[in-house]
Design a protein around this ligand. Sequence first.
Ligand code: MN
Length: 331
Amino acid sequence: MPRTNVNRPDEPAYAGLATFAKLPLVLDAEGLRGADVAIVGAPTDELVSYRPGARFGPRAIRASDPIAWSPPSMPNMDVGVDPFEVLTVLDHGDVPPTPGYPHVTHDAIRRTVAGICAAGAVPIVLGGDHSIAHPDVGAVADHVAPAPVGLIHFDAHADDAYEEPRLSHGTPLRLLVEEGAVRGEHVVQIGLRGYWPPPSDFAWARAQGFRWHLMDEIHERGLGPVLDDALAGIAEVPHVFLSVDVDVCDPAFAPGTGTPEPGGLTARELLRAVRRIATEVPLAGMEVVEVSPPYDHADVTALLAHRLVLEALSGMALRRLGREPQPERSG
Ligand SMILES: [Mn+2]
């Protein structure tokens, strides 16, 4: 199946169809061969505990972009690189969900992410609720095995709870570690706050070797030093999955999400952190989850998710070039 340009040349952002950044569309995994990154949507939200709507996330994220022309040119002025000049990035469409059957949907997500990995591309998954971390990270872990995969997890919530039923957007880290896909000492969580999960789940995580950085610690020390520690702990892990739940940001910066918790990161902090991680760490996969457009205002949250992907791509491009950022300063 060919790479399909769904936009006419010189079409502004608001015109035509919305792949991610007006990138070519490739629905067949074999067609991803030669690509560095494949972006895929996972439009499912049947496993949320509170407000639904994340099934509309992938479409809203793709449509939120105010500047992508066709073909995309996205020179990042903070690093002096256009990721689309350095990397071949394709849009792999959406995983077809099966409404009412989340296990079937998750199996399809796992197969799709596995197909992207098998084609040699790094998957970036647009959620969807955070339950998709189970098939997303699981597929990447299978692909890199027997090498281990590290997991950097931005979230207000630890998502490692023991709950019945087991499949939920509050349990994926628990399932991944119990199944052996990820080892506890290779997990680092950033931005946790609020009133869930209970102490018993933190005790379990402690016993597994999880490391986490509460929002209070970030407030006191600053995100830079916290990231230094977070990355040092997985410095020896050869492959890393980056899982970003947009509710790690304060609801002021990410109102369109299902389980908001006040007192989070700013958009600026998260964008910089994601770029830094993609620059310094060998990313094997990424997901941006929990964008719920029905609760969004003025596309604030969808656009943040879009830019998080662009910052990740910018960091990966810098890493590929092997050079330092060259910001566009005035002199
Ligand atoms: Mn989450």
